[in-house]
Design a protein around this ligand. Structure first.
Ligand code: FAD
Length: 405
């Protein structure tokens, strides 16, 4: 039997690696070490149904506690790893103890960027959303009538805006770029999502940065915006992206470039150490990319499990992602990196549409808004690697099924 696998982190990718190894009947000892005090759970509902109070924490857990014992997975919560000692093949904990590994997998995720204290980032009432504790603190303050300022018009900020409106808060989103979702989606997708929020009463201010937060007795009370306006705010959610938790790896001398550099097999520059999920960066069509999604965390972890269990197949990301805002479901298949053309396809019911991304002649991704058929067809076409006729996609009279027939 192989020697001990130590997994640093106890989130989405960590759980997927342990579960897949056991599914593959790999019986090596596994120790999972996580900073948080709770068993591994799914994060997406933290800015959706869990924040809204419509989903209990139990339902977020991947497995109940018994599963870990029954499957020989030792899990140690509230146990952050302090350092990786590659020479002795061990990880050091903050209490000074060490755990030996034969194989190490790093799945430390990412940390939300915060606003600097110099502009009020450390005031009370300023939140980020990454873990259960963040969502619990935030939920207490989401009271009807409260004025919420969201800094950053990305998915997490917009999902939080939707929850806040449902709970009766007064919501303003500011986005420094010329439009929301500018880093991740095409203008047409942003236009559709903006319209939905505006119809729900969210104020969206684009090309508007934050100059500073203004506090009173240590608590946020207003925000000065880049156009000089000052708006009242009882609370602030900061959704300006994340940075990968790659410091442990960097300190251990592994290659790090905005994430822990891994090859197609999830291996770092030390062949005994793998990295996966939000903290890992990998080559994608000649570029280094870091994918922040459940699908990537799970698929990459499962690919590593297969390799540890004796397989030889590289991990080939097949990105998909989703976002829920109000009763709107946005589903994304593919990765739109480097797109140079988009085609908009109206859906066959009100409020449904899809945006198809092309790079040169190649179809690379689709955003489907309340349009499951477009999502499923787009995903299938990406898997088939087939050329896609733009005129057919743009014409709602053409049945999408004919594209994959
Ligand atoms: P994580 O799940 O973050 O797990 C990392 C764990 O490692 C954490 O528990 C962390 O505390 C721990 N850790 C860090 N450092 C150490 C250390 N030194 N020692 C021990 N433990 C450590 N993705 C989607 O696809 N769709 C969505 O709709 C979506 N919504 C999201 C909403 C929110 C609010 C958030 C926060 C994320 C969302 N995501 C979504 C992203 C998705 O949840 C992440 O991509 C996924 O969780 C990544 O898994 P991971 O295992 O890499 O990291």
């Amino acid at each position: 039997m192989a020697g001990r696998l130590v997994i640093v982190g106890a989130g989405q990718a960590a759980f997927a690696l342990a579960a897949k190894l056991r599914m593959l009947k790999d019986e090596r000892p596994i120790t999972m070490l996580g900073t948080e005090p709770v068993l591994p759970y799914q994060r997406p509902p933290l800015s959706k149904k869990y924040l809204l109070g419509e989903m209990s924490f139990d339902r977020l857990l991947f497995r109940p506690e018994a599963w870990y014992g029954e499957n020989g997975v030792e899990i140690r919560l509230s146990t952050p790893v302090e350092a990786i000692e590659r020479k002795t093949r061990s990880v050091r904990l903050f209490d000074g103890s060490a755990i030996d590994y034969e194989t190490l997998a790093i799945a430390t995720g990412a940390t939300p960027r915060r606003l600097p204290a110099a502009i009020g980032g450390d005031l009370e009432g300023v939140f980020t959303v990454r873990d259960k504790a963040d969502a619990d603190r935030l939920a207490i303050e989401m009271k009807p009538g409260h004025r919420l300022l969201i800094v950053g018009g990305g998915y997490i900020g917009l999902e939080a805006a939707a929850v806040a409106r449902k709970l009766g808060l007064d919501v303003t989103v500011i986005e420094m770029a010329d439009r929301i979702l500018s880093r991740v989606a095409a203008r047409e997708t942003a236009d559709a999502i903006r319209a939905i929020h505006q119809a729900e009463g969210v104020r969206i201010l684009e090309k508007t940065g934050l100059t500073r937060l203004i506090g009173e007795d240590g608590r946020v009370k207003a925000a000065e915006l880049s156009d000089g306006d000052v708006i009242d705010a009882d609370m602030v959610i900061v959704g300006i992206g994340v940075t990968p938790n790659d410091q442990l790896a960097a300190d251990a001398g592994l290659e790090v470039q905005n994430g822990i550099v891994v090859d197609a097999f999830g291996r770092t520059t030390d062949p005994a150490i793998f990295a996966m999920g939000d903290c890992a960066v990998q080559e994608w069509r000649g570029q280094k990319v870091r994918l922040e999604s459940v699908q990537n965390a799970v698929d990459q972890a499962e690919a590593i499990a297969a390799i540890l269990a004796g397989g030889a197949d590289p991990y080939r990301p097949k990105p998909w992602f989703w976002s829920d805002q109000y009763d709107v479901k946005l589903q994304i298949a593919g990765f739109n990196l480097g797109y140079d053309q988009t085609v908009l396809r109206p859906g066959n019911r009100e409020g449904s549409l899809s945006i198809w991304y092309f790079r040169g002649n190649e179809f690379i991704a689709v955003d489907a808004i309340n349009d499951a058929k477009a999502y499923v067809t787009g995903k299938k076409l990406l898997e088939m690697g087939r050329p896609v006729d733009r005129a057919a996609v743009a014409d709602p009279a053409v049945d999408l099924k004919s594209l994959i027939a």
